[in-house]
Design a protein around this ligand. Structure first.
Ligand SMILES: Nc1nc2c(ncn2[C@@H]2O[C@H](COP(=O)(O)OP(=O)(O)OP(=O)(O)O)[C@@H](O)[C@H]2O)c(=O)[nH]1
Ligand SMILES: [Mg+2]
Length: 185
């Protein structure tokens, strides 16, 4: 039986990974909090779309966010594992703030560690208004790491259906899909 594809949400602390995860799963499973470093252990849930199923993984924020060195090391290790195993990477940046050193650190890590065929989707979160969405599309356009960029507002659910479509499209390109799973090809 073919394995379930893995879709990992990666990003620095507080960029809205868990909120996005909950939106995509359709239930409040991961803890959402304004305190950076909330997610410590990664959480995974099966997400069903019309065409393709996948295992969505919410990870702890990478690149620092707390003063606890052991915590940072542990979270970094877990998130790096998810990154290495992922078939698709959703890289979150906060649309309400400038890019930080941690964001750039993750970009460098993605360049080094992601497998060549693994698509990166840049998800600019917290774009709650049309103006923020437009500004973010310009501001984050040239990070140079992602196959595509999408803005979301998990608060309003904007961009979430579109992101589901993007995930399904990439999974199909990578030859994951219900038909193949069902027929065992
Ligand atoms: N306005 C707004 N706030 C958001 C949105 N998404 C997340 N937030 C807020 O941003 C804060 C951080 O969200 P989380 O989902 O916990 O962030 P995280 O990336 O999982 O954080 P760590 O687990 O610490 O790495 C919370 O206060 C959320 O309510 C959004 O689309 N719009
Ligand atoms: Mg979290």
């Amino acid at each position: 039986m073919p394995r379930l594809p893995l879709v990992a949400i990666i990003g620095r602390p507080n960029t809205g990974k868990s909120t996005l995860f909950n939106r995509l799963v359709g239930r409040r499973i991961a803890i959402e909090s304004p305190v950076p470093g909330t997610t410590r252990d990664h959480i995974a849930r099966k997400v069903k779309t019309d065409d393709v199923d996948c295992l969505l993984i919410d990870t702890g924020g990478m690149g620092g966010g707390t003063d606890d060195k052991n915590f940072e090391k542990d979270v970094h290790g877990q998130s790096a594992l998810a990154l290495a195993a992922a078939d698709i990477i959703l890289f979150t940046v906060d649309g309400r703030s400038e890019l930080t050193g941690s964001d750039h650190q993750i970009v460098r890590m993605l360049r080094r560690k992601r497998k060549r065929h693994v698509p990166v989707v840049l998800v600019v979160t917290k774009c709650d208004t049309e103006k923020m969405k437009e500004e973010a599309e310009h501001a984050f356009h040239d990070l140079g790491i992602a196959e595509e960029i999408i803005t979301t507002s998990a608060a309003h659910g904007a961009g979430v259906a579109e992101l589901q479509g993007i995930i399904a499209k990439h999974l199909k390109k990578l030859h994951f899909g219900k038909k193949e799973v069902e027929s065992g090809k």
